[in-house]
Write a protein that binds this ligand. Structure first.
Ligand SMILES: [Zn+2]
Ligand SMILES: [Zn+2]
Ligand SMILES: [Zn+2]
Length: 141
């Protein structure tokens, strides 16, 4: 499967739950492309960000856009959920990688862990974060 076909089928195979009758050879090929193609992985991240109601262009890069607009329905607090890869400290305006030791320690980051872009403090970026990230998490690391 090529990139164009993958992207065309994207809506079909990301409309959960996937019906059993949709899990065909085409679906296998689509999944295979998804795991092999870096460009399509990044493209797909952008699609998810837009589905959540955000614009990728409001963020330093698509990785950060995806990481900080992610919300887990089971864990409204990012500290409770291993699926959140990045946390945002409201008071210090720092982004960080959470340390999952039961507390709220984190490793501050100035660059995107995936592509290395400088995160800086783009104001629209922090103001548009989902509520979970703007809640009063502990900020004494
Ligand atoms: Zn591709
Ligand atoms: Zn969760
Ligand atoms: Zn990045």
């Amino acid at each position: 499967m090529d990139c164009a076909a993958y992207r065309q089928l994207f809506p079909k195979y990301t409309d959960f739950p996937i019906e059993l009758e949709d899990q065909t050879d085409e679906f296998d090929a689509w999944n295979e492309h998804a795991s092999d193609c870096n460009e399509c992985q990044e493209w797909a991240m952008g699609q998810y960000v837009e589905r959540r109601g955000y614009r990728v262009s409001d963020f330093p890069c698509v990785h950060i856009a995806d990481a900080v607009t992610f919300t887990c329905h089971m864990h409204p607090d990012p500290w409770d959920c291993p699926d959140y890869t990045i946390v945002y400290m409201k008071k210090s305006k720092l982004y960080g990688l959470p340390i999952r030791d039961g507390g709220s320690a984190f490793i501050p980051i100035n660059y995107c862990p995936w592509c290395g872009v400088h995160l800086g403090s783009r104001e629209p970026f922090s103001r548009r974060l989902p509520l979970a990230f703007l809640s009063d998490v502990e900020d004494d690391a």
